[in-house]
Design a protein around this ligand. Structure first.
Ligand SMILES: C[S@@+](CC[C@H](N)C(=O)[O-])C[C@H]1O[C@@H](n2cnc3c(N)ncnc32)[C@H](O)[C@@H]1O
Length: 525
């Protein structure tokens, strides 16, 4: 039973306000239970705060419902795709073949039964995520009398069933894309929140923590009473929030940022609503049937979370600022949120872990890091350049989109048209070009992957799953505005908006791209 306010998730857009919520289990009559389940949810509405209401926009609401449905449907769809389809395929083999494979040492049918059990185990976590998300977003908006009228009495005490029946009445249907994301989100708990995942975490998080500690130590020389909690760290692309938790636990003040509802709702569950360490058991490799040495490897299970965040942070005595005041999470596109003037010079450090390659236009990410860092602030980056976005042209998101929307009159962030995939040395050059001084830079091959099964290393060693080149950069902001910006400003001094930060090409009297020589852009001038 969780009772203390330990973690807050404050910020712009809508915010996770991670108030530790008390699950009430009062003695009630059956008749009122559905109603009360919904009414109890109202207290959770405090968890997500801010001035952005995702339910006010029909498209956003649809998306959020689809994400919730992807977690709710995990069990059914995983059984269907994971075992039902495979049993059908198995029985379609010649009879003598499937009979042979049904017996030891193969026992394929027994393996499928075991897989069903593991799916149920993963589904338990997925359904908790669904319930946490439903309670936060949907329950407060729904009339509990109506809910009481549609839920049969036999389900009255079953929170999952009550919410699920509401979803059915709302005629929600998830998409294939969201189902895939729910599946990978469950698997991601292995990397972020299992003891075994510490192998991957240590390789990626430890260098970042070391750089933050070194920065703190160096600042102590000029400011001896500086507290660690006075160092404000931003973590864009925070995923399931483990680095947010670890950096907070190390004493810093930290704000995570995440664009994906899957990740946000799941991180909210683990940070805010888990009741103990090892509450769930997951089998992250079970549903992928290729590349296993043995069935035991495929069916490995891991207890999550390896640590109970609420207990750990409540017990944290090193800092004079309670963990609840040092940890928050914002939702939304990093580029849109943190390039605004509201966030100018706000953070002492930005850490990007396995993040910058999510950018269609990495210049926008670097500019955004620069905007929200205080002068002299530090950016620590660790991750590969496995560019996530396929090349995209001018009208990628909408047929009707204004051809010139890249002028940023409407900032669509990562949905803006255009993309570029740069090499390691090009990114490094860009970082310096945009006003950073790189103090340490390494390009290493990490002999680990991202949610990679260590027992499959023998085959995976040459692909990106298990061996990945990562770029590690520690860079300080050298100058508040980089040289090219100042030049641009001078060249465009007559432009009405010259005072405003704008991507202004020097040869062009209207906003344009930073990098010259693209014919199509030159034509537009
Ligand atoms: C590869 S994951 C890395 C997660 C985490 N940093 C880690 O190391 O485990 C990249 C994360 O960035 C998030 N993301 C992608 N684009 C984003 C954006 N523009 N703003 C905020 N988050 C974003 C994704 O949803 C995803 O959770």
């Amino acid at each position: 039973m969780l009772s203390t306010d330990v973690i807050t998730y404050p910020t712009l857009s809508f915010i996770l306000y991670l108030a530790f919520t008390v699950y009430k289990s009062p003695v009630q009559t059956n008749h009122n239970i559905q109603k009360n389940i919904m009414e109890d949810s109202d207290m959770n509405s405090k968890e997500w705060e801010g001035d952005y209401d995702p339910l006010a926009d029909p498209d956003e609401k649809q998306h959020l419902l689809s994400v919730l449905d992807s977690f709710r449907s995990y069990r059914r769809l995983a059984h269907f795709n994971g075992t039902h389809v495979r049993r059908q395929a198995f029985y379609s083999l010649p009879q003598e073949h499937w009979m042979m494979l049904s017996k030891p040492p193969f026992s394929v049918l027994e393996s499928l039964n075991k897989l069903d059990d593991l799916i149920d185990s993963n589904a338990e976590l997925a359904e908790y995520i669904f319930m946490a998300g439903f309670k936060s977003f949907i329950a407060p908006t729904i009339d509990s009398d109506w809910v009481a009228s549609i839920v049969p009495e036999k389900y009255a005490r079953d929170e999952f069933q009550v919410y699920s029946i509401v979803m059915d009445h709302l005629k929600v249907q998830t998409t294939q894309n969201d189902m895939d994301k729910a599946r990978s989100c469950i698997n991601q708990f292995y990397r972020d929140w299992s003891a075994a995942g510490s192998v991957e975490r240590e390789q990626c998080f430890d260098p970042v923590l070391r750089a933050l500690d070194a920065e703190y130590t160096s600042r102590l020389q000029s400011t001896p009473d500086l507290k660690k909690s006075q160092i404000k760290v931003l973590i864009p692309g925070a995923g399931l929030g483990r680095s947010v938790f670890d950096i907070c636990q190390a004493g810093f003040s930290v704000e995570g940022n995440e664009i994906s509802y899957h990740e946000l709702i799941a991180s909210s569950l683990v940070l805010n609503h888990t009741q103990k360490a090892e509450q769930f058991s997951i089998a992250p490799f079970a549903l992928s049937c290729s590349n296993h040495l043995t069935r035991a490897d495929q069916f490995q299970t891991f207890a999550v979370p390896d640590i109970h965040p609420g207990t750990a942070l409540a017990a944290e005595l090193d800092s004079d600022t309670p963990a609840g005041e040092r940890m928050s999470m914002s939702t939304g596109d990093f580029c849109v949120l943190y390039s605004s003037s509201d966030y100018e010079a706000t953070f002492d450090a930005v850490t990007t872990i396995f993040f910058i390659d999510t950018a269609p236009n990495v210049i926008r990410y670097i500019e955004t890091v620069r905007n929200c860092l205080k002068p002299g602030g530090i950016w620590v980056n660790l991750g590969p350049l496995l560019w996530h976005q396929a090349p995209r042209g001018p009208n990628v998101n909408s047929q009707n989109e204004d051809k010139h929307s890249h002028t940023h009159t409407h900032d669509a962030g990562i949905d803006d048209p255009g993309s570029v995939e740069l090499t390691n040395d090009e990114v490094l050059a860009l970082v310096e070009h945009l006003g950073f001084k790189i103090e340490e830079q390494k390009t290493n091959t990490l002999e680990t992957g991202y949610i990679a099964n260590p027992r499959s290393k023998w085959i995976d060693v040459n692909n990106n799953e298990f061996s990945v080149n990562v770029m590690y950069i520690v860079a300080h902001i050298l100058i508040e505005k980089p040289i090219w910006f100042i030049e641009t400003k001078l060249l465009n001094a007559t432009s009405a908006s010259s005072a405003q930060y704008e991507h202004q090409a020097p040869w062009c009297d209207k906003p344009g791209p930073i990098i010259p020589a693209l014919d199509q852009h030159a034509d537009e001038c």
